[in-house]
Design a protein around this ligand. Structure first.
Ligand code: MTE
Length: 322
């Protein structure tokens, strides 16, 4: 592992500004934030260019909430340089290097299917910037690493109410932008996934108070590599359900196709609830590596959010519905 003495994100003041802004507002648990732990998270971090983090990220005002697991936050550098966003490449540092091409403003979202208010919505029509909340959630990737991230956004249910789902709508489907000009991974010949990246939730999951549409993190707008300008955060499910840079929201009565399920149906189900009892066919899901920590921790059922979501799955066989 090669660690340069001075990583690019250490040199560039602008790259760490959101963390500084945030630190001024919140008193931290000791040792929660630091360059050393970001480097420990993986050698790739130190080498990552931070081009898209350098987009001037506007500070956001958000009300604090009780959504806070009380665990050390994952450092900003790791949250923004150790990413999965295959539209910009499959390596963990690829999104931070390549996502500067993404243009998150202006941003239009197509709303269609079983809704009473279909149409093309501007970002500001969907997101009420005066109602932003901060929520600190655990994020558990299916690859068995995890983070704790202070998101800013609004409950997904606010958006759904605005577009008025019809009574027959049973699922919400989401799509990511797929633009070869802005996304180097989309024009690549060796694609693991079919574009656009697609995800979906059952209606009651989407209306659950935990389901969140994030527009920022660490006190400022979302960096491109984290899914600017708006991405889903579904903390009781594996991270791949938290679809980034959303350009389409469709309401439907059929279970929507989802990208990872289409790519490897025996490995990735529609539900993809975090479940330490159901292993991935190629690795155990019992434990996870918290980025920035040494050793491993036990993975919690529904990523520790069972009290809010377990009843959504009452009576369901979660081995079959993985
Ligand atoms: N959304 C899109 N459009 N493309 C992706 O490749 N990766 C998913 C999810 N959303 C992905 C995506 C996966 S596997 C994870 S773990 C999370 O984004 C990672 O979010 P983060 O990079 O902000 O931590």
């Amino acid at each position: 592992m090669l660690i340069k003495s001075r990583a690019k994100w250490e040199e560039r003041e602008s790259a760490i500004t959101p963390e500084k802004v945030y630190l001024n507002r919140r008193s931290f648990m000791s040792g929660a934030v630091g360059a050393a732990s970001a480097i420990a998270a993986g050698g790739v971090l130190a080498d990552a260019a931070v081009a898209s983090t350098e987009r001037t990220l506007k500070e956001l005002q958000a009300k604090t909430t009780s959504f806070d697991p009380g665990e050390a936050l994952t450092p900003f550098a790791a949250v923004t340089q150790y990413n999965n966003f295959y539209e910009f490449g499959t390596g963990k540092s690829d999104p931070a290097e390549n996502a500067w091409r993404l243009q998150p403003k202006p941003w239009m979202v197509k709303v269609d299917g079983m809704v009473d208010r279909p149409g093309m919505y501007d970002f500001d029509d969907l997101i009420d910037m005066n109602a932003l909340e901060q929520r600190i959630y655990r994020l558990r990737c299916v690859e068995a690493w995890s983070m704790v991230i202070p998101w800013i956004g609004i409950p997904l249910s606010n958006i759904l109410r605005k577009i008025e789902p019809q009574s027959g709508a049973k699922y919400v489907a989401f799509e990511t932008l797929a633009d070869k000009k802005q996304m180097n991974g989309v024009k690549s010949f060796f694609n693991v996934l079919d574009w656009p990246y697609r995800e979906g939730l059952r209606m009651d999951e989407a209306m659950n108070d935990l389901a969140f549409m994030a527009v920022g993190l660490y006190g400022a707008e979302l960096p491109n590599q984290n899914g600017a300008p708006m991405r889903l955060v579904v903390p009781w499910k594996y991270g791949f359900k938290s679809i980034k840079s959303i350009v389409r929201i469709s309401l439907t009565d059929k279970m929507p196709e989802t990208s990872w399920n289409l790519s490897a149906p025996q490995e990735y189900g529609f539900y993809s609830n975090v479940n330490p009892e159901v292993d991935h066919p190629r690795w155990s899901q019992k434990q996870e590596r918290r980025i920035g920590e040494f050793g491993r921790r036990e993975t919690l059922m529904f990523n520790g959010y069972g009290d809010m979501v377990a009843d959504l799955y009452a009576g369901m066989d979660l081995r079959k519905n993985f």
